[in-house]
Design a protein around this ligand. Sequence first.
Ligand SMILES: Nc1ncnc2c1ncn2[C@@H]1O[C@H](COP(=O)(O)OP(=O)(O)OP(=O)(O)O)[C@@H](O)[C@H]1O
Ligand SMILES: [Mg+2]
Length: 238
Amino acid sequence: MKTTLVVNPKGGAGKTTLATNLASYFASAQLPVTLMDYDPQGSSLNWLRLRTPGGPRIHAANAAPGKFGQLRSFEMYVPPDSRHLVIDAPAGCSGVLLQEMLDRSSTILIPVVPSMIDLHATTNFIRELLAMGRMRRGSHIKMAVVANKVRRSMPAYAPLQQMLDSLGLKLLARLIDSDVYLKAAETGAGIFEMNPSLTQAERKQFMPIVEWVTGEVGLADAAAQADMVCDLARSRAA
Ligand SMILES: Nc1ncnc2c1ncn2[C@@H]1O[C@H](COP(=O)(O)OP(=O)(O)OP(=O)(O)O)[C@@H](O)[C@H]1O
Ligand SMILES: [Mg+2]
């Protein structure tokens, strides 16, 4: 099982958006997936409740702290056939809880909104992460940054690139600020489960994340081809 932690202590960076859409990609690709919510706000679990019954299945695991030990470990159960575990971290997470999430994870995704305030908070967090024993050279944990809510008027943001250069990290993907993500959050769907012709740009931008997490390249081409087949079928039916 591959475990991906989506984390940034800064509120509203896009953790839940990334976690739910990644989980929905796996579900729509028929890969057994569990979405684990560490956030007491339960945004990912609420999204799961909105999903259409009978659609691609995502197992829900509730890891929010504050419950008695027995109950928490029961609700955190991950079915053994899960190929992917996606963890949605809460805002402001640190200390023991952060360590617990890191201990479970092989891959860390850090969404960041390209703005000075968000970058500052995120840089400090990444520095802390890199200093932690589990993240030192030689550990098999991998980490990448995703720019989220990128404005069409400002596709590149120099301070973000400077931050990445100073930390020795690469930008994995840029996700545009798009109503499609709001719609997905409202309906319990993911961009890979929505009308391909309305979500083409968002899917294309998201695929480097999927490829990096799975370690499989060429998925973007396969997804684009599937979209073309879908569009062709749609235009024939019309
Ligand atoms: N790329 C995007 N385009 C448009 N809206 C977005 C995008 N990413 C996130 N949002 C919206 O921004 C808000 C915050 O995103 P999200 O809930 O994913 O952040 P978060 O990091 O999980 O927040 P929190 O720290 O509160 O858990 C949500 O309303 C979400 O739908
Ligand atoms: Mg969230």
